[in-house]
Write a protein that binds this ligand. Sequence first.
Ligand code: SF4
Ligand code: MG
Length: 332
Amino acid sequence: SDPVLRVQDLAVQFVSQTGNLLQRRERILRAVDGISFDLEPGETLGIVGESGSGKSTLARAILGLIKPCRGRVLWRGEDLTKLEREALREKRKDIQIVFQDPVASLNPRMTAGAIIAEPLWTFYPQMERLQVEERARGMMKLVGLLPNQINRYPHEFSGGQCQRIGIARSLVLNPRLLICDEPVSALDVSIQAQIINLLRDLQKKLGLALIFIAHDLSVVRHISDRVMVMYMGRSMELSEKHALYRKPLHPYTSALMKSVPVPDPELARKLRQELWLKDDTPSPFDPPRGCVFHTRCPYVVRRCKVDVPPLRRLESGDWAACHRAEELDLTV
Ligand code: SF4
Ligand code: MG
């Protein structure tokens, strides 16, 4: 089938001024630098990378909240980056987002029902009050909340329940694509699986396409069909889920996999360093030449410091941006 979403060579840059009155300098940050992928209807793409790798900026650019400096976002064949505000707003019905911090993203002075119904009032102002309330109750039930709690305020719910309210709000307009930007990062580990399972069930039931962003590979493992790994605004690997967890194609994916969460942060830091970290993340204002990962890569060769490895399709059908992808065996 045709992809619902096609992202082509998308790039976003931020310009910041530094220096003093006499000597002004412009610094350019390429937050997203040439990202491409397709998303099939009903498919889940996991996007993983460390903080600052450009995941949220990519999500915002897809939603039209940030103007890209290059590239296209084709939604059912129509380029969203070319649309005027009104037309783009209309598309928002189709593409919704779930935010990272459920408590902070809910208005504390609104009831659960009012929060969930808000998009309905915005898009269908003439809708009957009773009908709106009915719909809000239905949404609460759908996400595993008690409909009779419709008049409660966010502080009367737990963090996990607040995220369920956030999910209900994002689904109330019947979108076709849901972008979840680290939807479980702010939640207790014990609650994370519940929310991930809920999203997976909803995705199946409603036939949604889903983009699920996380900073940890283990979080997206069960929900994703394919996984894209980002580093410094670029895509390092884009692989079918089972292939990626069995035999990553890119040294950075392999490194992320080894940096499994360890309860003791000091030990985790040491382990990470011993395992693979040769260097800290380079400054995003001054990315390394050649392969952006070369300052941290254990497999670096001379060529890596000179030539940029393009994201290319390998024999397996999966994609990697590494000169040595064929010759390295990174089997887990
Ligand atoms: Fe490592 Fe070179 Fe591959 Fe970059 S291109 S990931 S530096 S081996
Ligand atoms: Mg983020």
